[in-house]
Design a protein around this ligand. Structure first.
Ligand code: ADP
Length: 606
């Protein structure tokens, strides 16, 4: 129930649409009622042996309402002849149906923005939320899962939100009106019918619950399929090289088949709801028909043929909203399942948030200090156990060490991709947790091994995130990154789209573009994870020079793999399991004949 209320809250912004829609619905129901009532005189004119003559009208009270209404109708009929009455009735029936449908359309027309709006709003909320979540979340949860939350679960929520709205605003008024008509015509019969309805309702709820459980399984299945697909597509090169196509195809096939089976199962069950409802409805109608027929044949009921037909007509008309109402149960239970999954993502608290009282930092002047920093990921051992590091403004500090000792983890702490488990990282004496995340990251440029470029123009990639692009700065950044020349050689220069839909770039070119991006941002602090894979000598020289330009006049923390960077570093921290093992300059460390020397000899084959 809490979930349903939470879904309904997303409908609130569309109050206006709901209001228009309910008004239209009201009129549609009124005309619907008129169609049923108009049937009565029509059939009577055709099949009753005597044409109505004027009769006295009983006083109008609740108790005599039925007699009053029939007498009124009788007298209107009596005031004209049969053929004219038929003509008028035909016109009126057409009119009533026309307006009923017109208002019905108006109802769905005004609901459409609300229906789609809920989807859009939820997707936006989810995506915004994902952008706030800590990075740790994205390694824990698979991308496929998140994508399925955004695409298919949101759709489920939407379906159920619409179902809820319809079941509140569309179906109940219709059901109510028909019930009233049926009760007025013959309340005993109607009561019999209504005793049968709860049975139908119970069966439908059972089916609904059954579908809800299955829909959970289906969503998990979609998520797994998406993960396998994502993984497969991102590693096509490896798959080819290892000739594991068949293996991957089988892996995909297994998930695909699982999805297929789950879906077929669900579809079969879901589709059962509708025929079962209809069969049950017909059963109810037939029981009623039997009771009516029996009463009329035995002379216990003085029902005119028109009233008889109208009663059946009203009963059949009511089946449609009742059926929808039954399906609503399904939709709601599926949607609640989807909503619970969506809300479970929305409910995750972002861990890296601004503290109460956090203030902006607008410059970096003095030093960055790691003060007895300990860190562990949620899963696993302590990666850093008591690290002390000092980086003075303007210095180049290199971090080296065997792979897996926590070099990336260490530098990730500076922009607060993660927060320390204990100890502190300080910038100019301030604990970085007392600084707003936005302003802290504003001080930093980050160039990683995987040079991620967006599927956009070169200009947009360099001036990433800037709405006002200063082209002179873009040119300057590209020149400093040794990228200007090759950019000019691309088909549209700076306006060339790169990535999936555009020109492909070489590894070195990609690196130089991401360096240009960092130069354009012009941050005082640079965090650089040097690429381990070596480029061809010419590219290497160009990238090397670009990196030197990038470091110029900044404070750099570099996970270093290149000899030139290492030689140039003011200080090298050699990390080994748990913490810093050695510190010093290149020559000091070599002289010490420790871990650094071994690493150095291994890496540079000395
Ligand atoms: P390096 O950069 O020195 O190769 P990392 O900082 O990447 O090392 O990793 C240090 C340790 O932390 C490794 O044992 C790695 O398995 C673990 N680790 C890295 N990232 C995560 C993560 N997101 N969640 C859990 N453990 C992680």
């Amino acid at each position: 129930m809490k979930t349903v209320i939470r879904i309904l809250r997303h409908i609130l912004p569309y109050k206006k649409n709901l209001a228009i829609s309910s008004t239209a619905m009201f009129f549609s129901v009124v005309f619907n009622m008129a169609t049923v009532i108009l049937v009565i005189p029509f059939i009577n004119v055709l099949f009753d042996p005597v044409y109505p003559t004027p009769q006295p009208v009983p006083p109008f009270t609740i108790g005599t309402f039925k007699g009053w209404a029939f007498a009124q109708m009788n007298n209107v009929m009596a005031s004209t002849d049969a053929v004219t009455a038929l003509k008028y009735l035909c016109v009126m029936i057409i009119g009533a149906f026309f307006f009923k449908n017109l208002f019905q359309y108006a109802q769905s027309w005004s609901m459409a923005p609300a229906e789609q709006g809920i989807i859009r709003d939820l997707r936006r909320n989810l995506y915004e939320h994902m952008n706030r979540l800590s990075l740790s979340y994205f390694t824990e949860e698979k991308k496929g899962m998140l994508m399925s939350r955004i695409i298919s679960d949101v759709q489920l929520v939407n379906d159920s939100a619409i179902a809820v709205v319809n079941s509140l605003f569309r179906d109940p008024p219709q059901i109510l009106v028909y019930t009233v008509i049926l009760l007025v015509i013959d309340w005993q019969l109607t009561l019999i019918a209504f005793i049968l309805l709860p049975v139908t309702g119970y069966i439908l709820t059972k089916i609904g619950n059954w579908v809800k459980r299955e829909s959970d399984v289906l969503q998990e299945s979609i998520a797994r399929l998406t993960s396998v697909l994502d993984e497969g597509l991102s590693s096509m090169r490896i798959i080819r090289a290892f000739r594991t196509e068949q293996y991957e195809i089988r892996k995909f096939g297994t998930e695909n088949q699982a999805y297929y089976q789950t879906f077929v199962g669900i579809k079969r069950r879901r589709d059962m709801a509708s025929p079962i409802t209809e069969t049950l409805s017909v059963l109810v109608v037939v029981v009623i028909l039997w009771f009516m027929g029996d009463a009329i044949l035995s002379g216990r009921s003085g029902m005119s043929s028109g009233v008889f037909v109208a009663y059946i007509f009203a009963m059949l008309q009511m089946m449609q909203p009742l059926k929808y109402f039954g399906q609503t149960v399904n939709h709601i239970s599926q949607g609640v399942a989807g909503a619970e999954r969506v809300f479970s993502v929305l409910d995750i608290q972002p861990r890296i948030v601004d503290r109460e009282g956090a203030t902006d930092i607008d410059s970096f002047r003095d030093r960055i200090i790691f003060d007895d920093v300990r860190f562990r990921y949620d899963t696993g051992e302590e990666v850093l156990s008591g690290v002390n590091i000092e980086i003075k403004a303007g210095e180049v500090v290199a971090i080296v060490g065997p792979s897996g000792v926590g070099k990336s983890t260490l530098v990730d702490l500076v922009p607060r991709f993660y927060d320390v488990t204990s100890g502190a990282v300080r910038i100019d004496g301030r604990d970085i947790r007392d600084i707003t995340v936005r302003s802290l990251r504003g001080l930093m440029g980050i160039v990683t091994q995987e040079t991620f470029l967006f599927n956009a123009t070169i200009r947009e990639n360099i001036a990433y995130g800037e709405s006002e692009v200063d082209m002179d700065r873009v040119f300057a950044a590209a020149r400093a990154a040794n990228a200007h020349d090759f950019i000019l050689e691309t088909p549209q220069g700076y306006e060339t789209v790169i990535g999936d839909r555009g020109v492909k770039l070489s590894g070195g070119q990609r690196q130089r573009l991401s360096i240009a991006r960092a130069i354009y941002k012009n941050p005082p602090i640079l965090i650089l994870d040097e690429a381990t894979s070596s480029l061809d000598t010419e590219s290497e020289v160009l990238v090397q020079k670009a990196i030197e330009n990038l470091m110029e006049g900044r404070t750099s923390i570099v996970i270093a793999h290149r000899l030139s960077t290492i030689q140039r570093a003011n200080r090298i921290y050699v990390l080994n399991t748990g913490g810093v093992e050695e510190t010093g300059t290149h020559s000091e460390l070599l002289a010490r004949d420790g871990l650094y020397k071994r690493l150095y000899e291994m890496q540079f084959h000395l």
